[in-house]
Design a protein around this ligand. Structure first.
Ligand code: URA
Ligand code: SF4
Length: 191
């Protein structure tokens, strides 16, 4: 079994898809290797690409507020993305790029072994839960796959663009907290 640091080292210098050509820094993701909750976004934006850290721009600020809003700290969760390199002009990551990159995320999931995965936005939700998923209809619902509770919610960037998404977004975070409380202590024998 690899460590997170080992998988991170594989991504640095990775040229498995064309996004390597335009990236500044690989954004592996960061947080606690023992996190109960793993947040998965789409891919790095401008700020993330510059600094090599996930969710540090405006969307990251909102995500941080939401995490703190349920009494947690960013350092105790883990935050990663479907693709580790920024798609040019923030376009959606393409299927070939996702297919090349997603094995890294699968390693992260395996190693961290979270109790809960939160898919931030449609791209994450489709690739983690199922391609037929409709985020507007299915956000806030729980899925249970391979021993992990998974919830899709809106991407924080979408919430920043549309005030109507604010309330459901906060509601989803409250549900995430409830589920986490419920599961606390459930499989602590893993540590
Ligand atoms: N949007 C994402 O999906 N991921 C980031 O890391 C930042 C913005
Ligand atoms: Fe490699 Fe992923 Fe970056 Fe593509 S996006 S170059 S697969 S790390």
């Amino acid at each position: 079994m690899y460590t997170l640091e080992a998988v991170k080292a594989f991504t640095y210098g990775c040229k498995k898809c064309k996004l390597y050509k335009t990236r500044t820094k690989v954004v592996f993701g960061q947080g606690s290797p023992y996190a109960d909750i793993l947040f998965i976004g789409e891919g790095p934006g401008y700020n993330e690409d510059q600094h090599g850290k996930a969710f540090i721009g405006p969307a990251g600020e909102l995500l941080t507020k939401a995490i703190e809003g349920i009494g947690m700290k960013r350092e105790e969760v883990y935050i990663a993305n479907i693709v580790k390199c920024r798609p040019p002009n923030n376009r959606n990551p393409q299927e070939d790029e996702i297919n090349r990159c997603i094995p890294y995320l699968r390693w992260q999931v395996k190693i961290i072994n979270p109790k809960i995965i939160v898919c931030l936005g449609s791209i994450a939700a489709k690739n983690i839960i199922g391609h037929e998923l409709k985020i507007t209809k299915q956000r806030g619902k729980w899925y249970f796959k391979k021993g992990i509770w998974i919830m899709p919610t809106f991407h924080p960037s979408a919430v920043l663009r549309d005030d109507l998404k604010k309330r459901p977004f906060w509601k989803d975070f409250k549900e995430i907290y409830k589920k986490w409380e419920e599961l606390k202590g459930d499989h602590d024998e893993k540590r």
